[in-house]
Design a protein. Sequence first.
Length: 151
Amino acid sequence: MVVKKRKKITRMRGTRTHGWGLVHRNSGQRGGAGNAGRGKKAHSNKPTNWLDKENPRYFGKHGFKPKGQNTEDKVINIIDIEQKLPEWTANKKTILTGKTFEINLKELGYTKLLSTGKTTKTYKLTIQKATEKAIKKITTAGGSVITAEKQ
């Protein structure tokens, strides 16, 4: 004859561990989940490098990562074009027709033209976006800007 035995969980209500000791906890002997047991609140038990400049963000969660595409533009100023022009002509990334430099900034990885700086040469630039002020500066110098918005 089989004897039906009541389970420990019903007999030992009110005791903290129900007869299992310290085993059978979800986090076992580690003292908890996450950073528990690492001296998160007790200053004497913190790891030796918690104030290090190498690891200043040891505890907690920091920031967030947005989902979706990165919508930031890779911008270039007119002054940057002036400075990088000798390098681009040496690497044959520009085409010189007469006195006009033809530069395809899309192929160079830029998406937006800004107006900081002055032009000393005439340019024919191809880029996705450009500010009105930048277009005005290039056209007054005798050049032109072809944007994706115009096409």
